[in-house]
Design a protein around this ligand. Structure first.
Ligand code: DC
Length: 224
């Protein structure tokens, strides 16, 4: 039987992961955060002194990288060569490493089957940058989430503060703009809405409002 897939794409801080987690719970889908997988490659590069923009070095390192994803109590945990890196991938510096390695075609190819495998096994709600365009082009529902730069940076900043990380709002905003620009302009699988994606702007919404809005869109589409 074909599984139902929901693709949620968009820039960082638009609320993709928080909203997707709640939607997954409401509809009984498995949530897959694909940014976390790129972040795991980023952690490997960071820890091993590999220049994340050097395609040759990063590609060579892929042979030494084993990534496992385990879903425990609806939480996704990431393992890098057997070590739980679920917290390490959230360090602010790793965001840029993840964006850098994600522009390398060999990295994207390396992670593609892993991502598609989830959608073969389970009904998934998967969030990322290229889910509706590349990873799951046949997804039943595609949503592209956006919000203004300031709104997105504020959310990311508050998340980092809650985790006790020492960064300023200005740095988060500047780093986020750089990363968006990089993710949108890369040659392979850039961040662009799929032609059949539903565009949703979450600017000014509370989390509850965004979740309700997406639930309505998804319920209507799943019922079709
Ligand atoms: O969603 P995130 O901020 O955790 O993702 C980190 C980086 O990974 C992001 O800057 C670009 C990259 N990424 C990607 O290229 N494709 C995806 N499907 C998900 C993330």
């Amino acid at each position: 039987m074909n599984k139902a897939a929901i693709a949620i794409d968009g820039p960082s801080g638009a609320g993709k992961s928080t909203i997707s987690k709640l939607i997954a719970k409401a509809f009984g889908f498995t949530y897959v955060d694909t940014g976390a997988i790129y972040r795991t490659v980023g952690v490997y590069a960071y820890r091993n002194g590999i220049d994340p923009k050097n395609a040759v070095e990063v590609e060579r390192a892929l042979a030494d990288i084993n990534i496992e994803i385990k879903h425990e109590k609806a939480m996704q945990r990431l393992y890098l060569n057997g070590e739980d890196v679920t917290d390490a991938i959230r360090e602010h510096i790793i965001s840029q490493y993840a964006s850098d390695v994600s522009a390398i075609p060999a990295v994207r190819a390396f992670l593609l089957d892993m991502q598609r495998g989830f959608a073969l096994r389970d009904n998934v709600i998967m969030d990322g940058r290229d889910i509706g365009t590349v990873v799951l082009p046949d997804a039943k529902i595609k949503i592209f989430l956006t919000a203004t730069d300031e709104d997105r940076a504020r959310r990311r900043y508050e998340e980092l503060l809650l985790k006790g990380q020492d960064v300023s709002f200005e740095k988060v905003l500047a780093d986020m703009r750089l990363r968006d620009e990089q993710d949108s302009s890369r040659a392979v699988a850039p961040l662009v809405p799929a032609s059949d994606a539903i565009m949703v702007d979450t600017t000014g919404n509370t989390l509850e409002q965004s979740v309700e809005l997406l639930k309505e869109i998804i319920s209507a589409r799943l019922g079709e």
